[in-house]
Design a protein around this ligand. Structure first.
Ligand code: MG
Length: 203
């Protein structure tokens, strides 16, 4: 399986990092070795001194698709969850400065904690979901999927022009504002519409 991830999909997050608001989705990929499941501990890697949290809604692809028309995109996923797109911001800054790819900053082992998945049918409207991240019992990020620049169906249709989507592929849909550093000993806790989804520690 593959993980597709979207950068700068919320206006206020693009602004907080002094990035332009994109005209089309910013896309990068992560290997399956980036996934961190079952609320396992995240081990702070040695190669960075500035890991940031980015809480994101994650979509799990349920059908194979290529060149999916926008109006059919909703048929290509059944379940959603929450994930964190851990980012080595110091390494990313170097990559951006040199115009290099972001994988070392974004796609390292354990960079993508993932929650359990829930049926999208539980919710009235997937384009109006609240989610949040707490660090050490302080709420640091709140998001609502209505604030995505490129909504879920658009992302599915757009990505499928370039990459055949396969069953089990994940799309990390971008983070709202409020990103910030984590440190060893921190406790991270995330909710989707008030339900616990992520609950783990940084070691
Ligand atoms: Mg992100």
């Amino acid at each position: 399986m593959k993980i597709l991830a979207i950068g700068r999909n919320y206006v206020n997050h693009a602004k907080e990092l002094n990035n332009p608001v994109p005209q089309e989705p910013v896309v990068f990929m992560m290997p399956d070795s980036a996934l961190l499941k079952n609320n396992n501990d995240f081990y702070y890697p040695d190669f960075t001194k500035d890991i940031h949290h980015e809480i994101e809604l994650v979509v799990k692809i349920s059908r194979v698709g290529k060149n999916i028309p926008l109006e059919f995109a909703h048929r290509y996923y059944e379940e959603i969850g929450l994930g964190i797109d851990f980012t080595a911001r110091d390494i990313q800054a170097e990559c951006k400065k040199k115009g290099l790819p972001w994988e070392k900053a974004k796609s390292f082992d354990g960079a993508a904690p993932i929650s359990r998945f829930v049926s999208k049918d539980k919710f009235q409207n997937v384009n109006q979901l609240n989610f949040s991240l707490d660090v050490n019992e302080n709420r640091v990020q709140t998001g609502n999927t209505s604030n995505m620049i490129f909504p879920i169906d658009y992302l599915i249709s757009y990505l499928s022009q370039y990459f055949t989507l396969k069953i089990g592929d994940l799309i990390y849909t971008g983070t709202p504002e409020g990103v910030g550093p984590v440190k060893i000993g921190d406790h991270l806790y995330a909710e989707l519409e008030g339900e616990k989804m992520l609950d783990f520690n940084v070691r």
